[in-house]
Design a binder for this molecule. Structure first.
Ligand SMILES: Nc1ncnc2c1ncn2[C@@H]1O[C@H](COP(=O)(O)OP(=O)(O)OP(=O)(O)O)[C@@H](O)[C@H]1O
Length: 268
């Protein structure tokens, strides 16, 4: 399995210097939860990790390969090792739940795009896709349009798609921020069960402090584009956590930091 190593990472958007020298190593099979106030750079870091954003300076190594300096086919191959779960699910609308899972095999299929389309997919891949749907409890929804699913179910579908991809590394950008607390907890539990089963290396940003301490092997706190805290969660001082959020939230306050609206989900 793969380690993730980020060295002196800088990323700017025009004059805005968002990442200001990030050094971070995630060991193989470790689950690191990334915390920090809105705008501190968590999503930008995650986007640099899977090659969606190019850093201005520094190295981003996945299993020893520098993603920031890899291009073309080698980059596509490297990205197959990195699963991504987004806050807003990133499903393909107007196609079935089953088809969305099959897209997880894009890039790992020697026959290319056509073999990931339901009518042309080989039996073995179809069986694998159904097994992934079954693992997240959505097998009976395979034929539905993905827009008919609840928010929690859509995120479970996104997890099934990642399962079919079968990456060594999972990066998750606020995977439960769009869900109500109950659905969010169920999705988080499922995600963590799966990454432990598969021994994946995980970097997951969250706004929920209680989920961070429950599921992370380690908590990394970012502030203004820098890492300010890097601890096993059991050792984090409340004052350090409070400093991270500059009074946005107290660690004895169980409510999420985010002010984003959450969908109430009865069916997750
Ligand atoms: N493509 C972009 N172009 C310009 N500015 C950007 C871009 N992406 C992010 N930014 C800016 O970079 C800063 C950090 O954004 P980022 O999304 O990484 O923060 P975050 O910690 O993930 O915040 P949140 O918790 O709200 O998601 C913000 O000021 C944001 O506006």
């Amino acid at each position: 399995m793969a380690t993730v190593e980020v060295t002196d990472l800088h990323k700017s958007f025009g004059d805005l210097h968002v990442l200001r020298g990030i050094d971070l190593k995630v060991e193989s099979g470790e689950c690191v939860i990334l915390l920090g106030a809105n705008g501190c750079g968590k999503s930008t870091l995650i986007r640099c990790l899977n090659g969606l954003a190019l850093p201005n300076r520094g190295r981003v190594e996945i299993a020893g390969q520098d993603i920031a300096r890899t291009r073309g086919r080698r980059l596509r191959r490297a990205r197959q090792q990195i699963g991504v779960v987004f806050q807003h699910f990133n499903l393909v609308p107007n196609v079935s739940v089953f088809q969305n899972v099959l897209y997880g095999a894009l890039g790992r299929q020697s026959g290319g795009f056509l073999r990931t389309l339901a009518p042309f997919a080989p039996d073995e891949l179809r069986h694998q896709a159904m097994a992934c749907l079954d693992r997240v409890g959505l097998a009976e929804h395979a034929g539905q349009d993905c827009r008919q699913l609840s928010g929690g179910q859509q995120q479970r579908l996104a997890i099934a798609r990642t399962l079919l991809q079968d990456p060594d590394v999972l990066v998750a950008d606020e995977p439960v921020a769009s869900l109500d607390p109950r659905a969010g907890r169920r999705v988080m539990e499922l995600l963590m069960e799966i990454v432990r089963e598969r021994g994946m290396t995980v970097l997951c940003s969250l706004h929920q402090l209680e989920l961070a301490s429950e599921y992370g092997d380690r908590v990394v706190g970012m502030k203004a584009g820098r890492i300010e805290l890097d601890e096993r969660h059991a050792r984090i001082e409340p004052s350090a956590m409070n400093a991270l959020y500059q009074g946005v939230v107290r660690v004895d306050d169980p409510s999420p930091v985010t002010a984003a609206p959450v969908a109430v989900d009865q069916t997750a």
